[in-house]
Structure formats: structure tokens, C-alpha cells
Design a protein around this ligand. Structure first.
Ligand code: ADP
Ligand code: MG
Length: 449
């Protein structure tokens, strides 16, 4: 199949050709025609498989072919969970709107509010935004959504995880008319909250799932290493950075403060590293992302702030210095490499504090994961076992638990591992007690868009 088979409007087709895209990816082959027919979509496909064009192309086609419902209101709103991703989507969109009459604007949290009011007064056709700030402008009446034709939620599940459901509902209600079309995209859309939300937002949606989130990503090779503690993780990290043949590397840590600490440590070791976290102001964030994208740094140390959507072509390695709190983020983090057919490596370090998350990832991926070893860095930690193996087994195997959906399964597993004992390194058991739910919550990353 070729892009020319979609019957795209002439100028849109010539932009696609000009950008060098010939063959649509699988998600594009299915989502573009379905969206062009006017269907609402719940669409998922693996990371790096071209979801952005799968919504940008039908959006432009619709705007070109259909008459606007309103002269002033935006016709397309695209929402993303982070400012960095919104910027990237906006950049892609601009390639398509550059030679057209369509105006596209970017509305992000952390940037000057009054400047945005002026921009909105110019009645743009497209708004790419993070939900919090856009909802603020809506509340204050800086624009209306009665004429909105397309609402697109990129990484929809993450926006719900970050607690944006109120803002999304508000935006939805402000554009609640029969002609509106809604498209949901992500690599992981099969959790219960998304389904609930989809019922509120979408009308008779078509589901397109090319590969589920847990499906093996053939271009990303995954390795896991056990570590007793922080200093052993640092030794492993140093080993990988000095021995792996890598281009650029993204390292994910559990907390904001760890990004700073680790990037300072790497800098001392003469590694060109930079830290990106939600704590920085927007211009610092922009500057760091720009310079990393240009290849001016070898390593980006970050949190789940950068787990979603970012398309950085030279990232050959992702290192999970800590395992993610939200299981799905594992898939998204490692998906920062191995994009658009290139190969990538994903290395995960698993210490006692990561064990619960690790088991959840293992359950999510539906695989039994074995650990690799580095000569000279030997972990005593061998994993945590439930104390009362028999009781635990009975719990997991009850027919009730088996009937429940994946989410519930994960919950059972989480519960199972609450009461843990360290079987590999009894000596460090006390010090490395798994984090309580509250501690995990306290240390997590929050976006405040
Ligand atoms: P996803 O959102 O699925 O993670 P992106 O939309 O960010 O993926 O696209 C990943 C990369 O693939 C981008 O660099 C993009 O330019 C490229 N790409 C998208 N569509 C095609 C295509 N049809 N052929 C080749 N490359 C593509
Ligand atoms: Mg994407």
C-alpha cells in the first residue's frame, strides 16, 4: 500500500511525498482511512510506529475537504500529556500546515499566559496543547469549542494517569456536538480507566490495535540486571556507559532529585550528561531538549516526564536506573529507542526497591524474565519471594482472580508482593525494604500543566 492510495488532497499528498514517506506504516494503513470516514477511533500500536502522522494526515484532509462549522473556533485540538511531546507534535504538524491557509498554535503550561491569549485571539485552526493550560483558557473564555471538528488525544492513557480527567471532560463538554470526531492514540490503551473515559468521549468508536502494549518489540533488545543497592547500580551504569557501543542514551530515574544527582555524578566521570525534570522552568526544559535533540549531549537523565512519545532518532540505549512506578511506562520508556525500524537496547537495573515494579512489568509483558550478569559486579540480591508461598499461590489461582481483567491481575500480584522477604541477601533486607505506597507516591513525578 502507498500513501497515494488514500485519495489525499493534492497539496497534502505532495507534502507527504516531499517529506520522503512512501509506504504508510500498519497503524497508518488502518487509522487514516477509518478516520477519513469520520469514525471515532481508539487506536494503539507499538512505540515508534508512526501514530503522529496517523492522526495529522486525516485531520488535514478533513479540514481541506469540509467546510468549517464556525469561522472563529479552532477546528482541531490535539492534546498530549507533556509539553515536550506537544512541541514535537506541533513541529510535525507545522511541516504540513506551512504551505496552507491553516494556522496552528502551541499552548503549553509554564509559558506566558497573556501571550497565549493574544495567539488565541487570532482564531487558529489547530491548537496543540497540554490539557491543564488549555482548560484554563477555556474557563476564562479566551476561545470556544462549539466549532471543534476533531479532538485528538495522543498518549490518552498517560493524561488520565496524570490526573487530567477533569480537564479532558471540560474540553469534551465544551465541544459536545454531533459532528465532532474524537481520536485516541497510545501504545497502551487497554487499561480500565481508558475504557471508562472512552465511553464518555467517543461515539461508536472503531478499535484499531496493531500490537498490544505487551507484545514483544522486535527492534528493542531488553536486558535486566540485579543490583544490591545504589552504589552497585552506579557501578553497573558506569560499566554500560564505558563498554556499550552507544549513540545517545536516556536514563530514567524514579525521582526528580535523582536526575540531578546522577547527571552530576556522570559529569564528574567525564560523561556529557544533562538532567531534565519537571522541576525546571520551561525555558530550561526547552533548552535541554533542544540541545539533546541536536546531539550536544551524550546522556539525558530524566523521569517519566520523558517516557512518552519523544522521537529522538539517535537514542540507541534506554537505561532504567530505577524501574517505573506505572507498569505501562516501561513500554513507553524503552520505546524511546528502536524507532521507525531502527534497533535499540533497553537495560533495566533491578534492586530490592524495584522488585515490585519489576514483577508487575514481568506480568504485563507476559514473559518470564531472566537476569544478565556483568563480570566483577556481583549482586547478592536475587529477588524477593512472597513469605507464604502456598497461601499466595492459592490467592493467585482462585478462579475469581483468573476471571478478572489484566488490571485486576496486576493488583493481585501487587498485593502478593506486599509482604516480602529478601531471599538473596538477607543481610540487606531491612535497609532495602520495598517502598510503601505512600513513599512511592511522594517520590513520583508530577506534571502540572
Ligand atoms: P509513535 O507515535 O507511534 O511512537 P511517531 O509518530 O513518533 O511514532 O513516529 C516515529 C518515527 O517514524 C518518526 O521519526 C516518523 O517521522 C517516522 N515515520 C512515521 N511514519 C512513517 C512512514 N510511513 N514511513 C517511514 N517513517 C515514518
Ligand atoms: Mg507518538
Amino acid at each position: 500500500m502507498q500513501f497515494s492510495d488514500f485519495g489525499l488532497e493534492r497539496r497534502l499528498m505532495s507534502t507527504v511525498e516531499h517529506l520522503g514517506f512512501n509506504e504508510p506504516t500498519q497503524i497508518q494503513q488502518q487509522a487514516i482511512p477509518a478516520a477519513m470516514q469520520g469514525h471515532d477511533l481508539i487506536a494503539s500500536s507499538k512505540t515508534g510506529s508512526g501514530k503522529t502522522l496517523a492522526f495529522i494526515i486525516p485531520a488535514l484532509q478533513r479540514l481541506t475537504k469540509n467546510r468549517a462549522l464556525s469561522k472563529r473556533d479552532p477546528r482541531v485540538v490535539i492534546l498530549t500529556p507533556t509539553r515536550e511531546l506537544a512541541k514535537q507534535v506541533f513541529t510535525q504538524l507545522r511541516l504540513f500546515t506551512a504551505n496552507t491557509q491553516f494556522k496552528a498554535v502551541l499552548i503549553l503550561g509554564g509559558e506566558n499566559f497573556n501571550d497565549q491569549v493574544k495567539v488565541l485571539e487570532k482564531d487558529p485552526h489547530f491548537i496543540v496543547a497540554t490539557p491543564g493550560r488549555l482548560a484554563d483558557h477555556l474557563t476564562q473564555g479566551h476561545f470556544y469549542l462549539n466549532g471543534l471538528e476533531l479532538l485528538i488525544l495522543d498518549e490518552a492513557d498517560r493524561m488520565l494517569d496524570l490526573g487530567f480527567s477533569k480537564e479532558l471532560s471540560q474540553i469534551n463538554k465544551a465541544a459536545d456536538h454531533r459532528k465532532r470526531q474524537t481520536l485516541l492514540f497510545s501504545a497502551t490503551l487497554d487499561h480500565a480507566q481508558v475504557n471508562e473515559f472512552a465511553t464518555e468521549l467517543l461515539t461508536k468508536p472503531k478499535r484499531i490495535a496493531i500490537e498490544a502494549g505487551h507484545t514483544e518489540h522486535k527492534d528493542i533488545s531488553k536486558r535486566f540486571y540485579l543490583a544490591d543497592n545504589l552504589s552497585q547500580k552506579e557501578a553497573l551504569l558506569q560499566h554500560f556507559l564505558s563498554t556499550e557501543e552507544s549513540q545517545q542514551v536516556i536514563i530514567f530515574t524514579a525521582t526528580r532529585s535523582d536526575t540531578e544527582r546522577l547527571s552530576a555524578l556522570l559529569s564528574e566521570q567525564d560523561v556529557n550528561a544533562v538532567a531534565l525534570s519537571g522541576e525546571l522552568n520551561q525555558s530550561q526544559r526547552n533548552q535541554i531538549m533542544d540541545s539533546f535533540a541536536k546531539g550536544q549531549h551524550k546522556v539525558l537523565v530524566t523521569t517519566d516526564l520523558a517516557s512518552r512519545g519523544l522521537d529522538l532518532v539517535n537514542v540507541s540505549h534506554v537505561i532504567n536506573f530505577d524501574m517505573p512506578k506505572h507498569t505501562e511506562e516501561f513500554v513507553h520508556r524503552i520505546g524511546r529507542t528502536g524507532r521507525a525500524g531502527t534497533k535499540g537496547d533497553a537495560i533495566s537495573l533491578v534492586g530490592p526497591n524495584d522488585w515490585l515494579s519489576f514483577k508487575n512489568v514481568e506480568a504485563f509483558l507476559q514473559q518470564t524474565i531472566s537476569f544478565d550478569k556483568v563480570a566483577g559486579i556481583k549482586a547478592k540480591f536475587k529477588g524477593l519471594k512472597p513469605k507464604k508461598a502456598k497461601v499466595v499461590k492459592a490467592k493467585v489461582d482462585t478462579s475469581k482472580a483468573q476471571k478478572t481483567a489484566t488490571k485486576k491481575k496486576t493488583r493481585v500480584i501487587k498485593k502478593t508482593f506486599v509482604d516480602l522477604q529478601d531471599v538473596g541477601a538477607m543481610k540487606i533486607k531491612k535497609r532495602n525494604k520495598p517502598l510503601s505506597a505512600q513513599q512511592i507516591e511522594d517520590s513520583s513525578e508530577q506534571e502540572n500543566d
